[in-house]
Write a protein that binds this ligand. Sequence first.
Ligand code: 5GP
Ligand code: MN
Length: 342
Amino acid sequence: MLNKVISEENIRKAKELMLRADKTVIVTHQVPDGDALGSSLGLYHFLKTIGKEKVQIIVPNDYPIFLRWMPDVKSIINAERQQKKAERAIAAADLIFCLDFNMPQRIAPLDNPVQQSKAKKILIDHHLSPADFCDVTISHPEISSTSELIYRFIVRMGMSEHIAKPCAECIYTGMMTDTGAFTYNSGSAAIYYIIGELLQKGIDKDAIYSMVYNRCQEGRIRLQGYLLYEKMRLFDEYRTSLITLSEQEYMQFNPERGDTEGFVNIPLSMEKVVFSAFIREDKHIVRISLRSKGTFPTNRFAADIYGGGGHLNASGGRFSGSLEEAVKKFEDALPTYKDLLK
Ligand code: 5GP
Ligand code: MN
């Protein structure tokens, strides 16, 4: 049996809104990852199975190529390419599920349309400090993925028989990618109980692993080699690693969308490194990815230095200046955190 986690009242309110809704929209965060798409598509398949015909997932921008195999992923509206269509769907909705993000800014440019929509809103998320912008807020930072929360939500509504294989595949994908294939934030027995249930629904977990992690092109592997050999800097005094990548360098490797995913984790495999940063130019913005092992609060660093956020061991932010400026901010900040970097 699963422990409860989501409150009785939240289940009751959300179930009522869900059953009553005619047009349902699901939105998730920018640069959608495996958990963003896994939770959205998992819920989408469930809603279809219970007979909801008008369900539309909308993402702020494109998702990585390694998620393109996911069942019904092609039905998703990408607001970057279809802004008007996205806005019309949001305005017409009577229920909006906000999945895997904790504040409206994380879905820009959909933040205003969603906030202005008259639709009821249900947040299901696992990031700290959710903003108060939804009618029902199901926020559980102690749970490692939003996909797991979607599973729990369905089970607690007493509707687990409506989880069919495509739904189970999506939920598994999100649980897997948000835990580094069950290598971190993955110590709760419930995770493995749920995986057992998903296997009963017919998922092939090894095939899903392979579709996500074993499908890259040569460029990604060569880029990885280049970054680790040429670009990784170690700050031994702070047990910190920093990798930087300019747009121009990146383009030399014929990259596919999502090709830098996961690189930030690699330096942590060194015993001496507890904090790893990856700073890269992405068109007109600089993106910062931070990871740690142990107790170093990357979310505090992300918030203090770049106005970003996230979880203790995985967070990020954006910087609107040059790559060099973003790196300088990083270097200048490190000594301030010396006591925490032990
Ligand atoms: P990633 O390094 O994979 O881009 O992001 C890791 C985590 O950091 C995400 O799951 C998200 O929680 C958080 N994050 C990334 N970028 C931002 C940002 O700009 N603002 C906030 N608040 N959180 C972010
Ligand atoms: Mn997540």
